[in-house]
Ligand binder design. Structure first.
Ligand code: 6GU
Length: 252
């Protein structure tokens, strides 16, 4: 079973997230477990200080090593599996994507360290961290939002977390393409009809239409995704036909 543990000085940011939607349902059904550990609880002294001024001077504060190291060791000691990995969330980490989410979903536990302030004392990171992950090239005030993003993306890949047996396989990115368009009732909304084929009941035609919209959207919105992906014969035919349709429009 996947066990997510978030180490943070703001556990109250994480807990409401764990209490909603699909993540909550997965915890209730005991498909995953998730908790936060308050790093302040591992700080010394009456004031439970978790940060200090940087050696060498400069602005901002640095997270002290002892409370974090204590929290990581406690999380590892509690981890139900030896196959748990420790992740430090940092803008300097490897950029998170669906492929990394898939790999992380293979572990039995993820212990996530959320930094705050200017960063974390380098010495905690050396021995205790397996992976450094960033959620994109911009800077946040702390790792908590990133940890929630990682939990959300990884949890939904774990078998049983999503309702249908294959809902995750059809998602955007999973086949190297963006997902097809979706429609639900009513059949006419503000004058716009649902595409005829979806009402036809012909599953072959529907699948073909979905592949078409999936490919065309990918070309229009995220052509970069097609650089890493070979097109099969059917996909090439779909795009060729689309080109011919456009040529007809141009020459009309
Ligand atoms: Cl993981 N942490 C922070 N503080 N900023 C970020 C980030 C993480 N990923 C992108 N920006």
């Amino acid at each position: 079973m996947m066990d997510f543990v978030v180490l943070t000085i703001f556990p109250e940011m994480i807990n409401p997230f764990l209490n909603h939607g699909i993540v909550r349902r997965a915890i209730e059904r005991e498909i995953i477990s998730a908790s936060s550990i308050d790093v302040r609880g591992f700080a010394e002294g009456r004031h439970k200080v978790t940060d200090d001024r940087p050696y060498g001077g400069g602005c901002g504060m640095v997270m002290k090593p002892e409370p974090l190291a204590g929290a990581v060791r406690a999380a590892k000691a509690n981890a139900p599996s030896a196959n748990a990995k420790t992740i430090y969330l940092t803008p300097q980490g490897r950029k998170f994507d669906q492929g990394i989410a898939r790999r992380l979903a293979q572990f039995d536990g993820l212990i996530m360290i959320c930094g705050r302030y200017e960063g974390v004392d380098e010495r905690v990171l050396d021995g205790l961290v397996d992976y450094e992950i960033s959620i994109g090239d911009y800077v946040l005030t702390g790792g908590e939002l990133a940890a929630m993003i990682v939990i959300d993306a990884v949890a939904r890949l774990i078998p049983g977390v999503l309702g249908g047996d294959d809902s995750a396989e059809k998602d955007s990115f999973e086949g190297g393409l963006l997902e097809h368009a979706h429609y639900t009732r009513p059949p006419v909304f503000e004058g716009e009809k649902v595409p005829e084929v979806l009402l036809s009941g012909n599953h072959g035609d529907i699948e073909k239409w979905r592949l078409e919209t999936s490919l065309i959207r990918t070309v229009l919105k995220r052509p970069d995704l097609l650089k890493d992906r070979k097109l099969n014969l059917q996909e090439k035919e779909i795009l060729k036909k689309w080109c011919i349709d456009i040529e007809k429009i141009i020459s009309a």
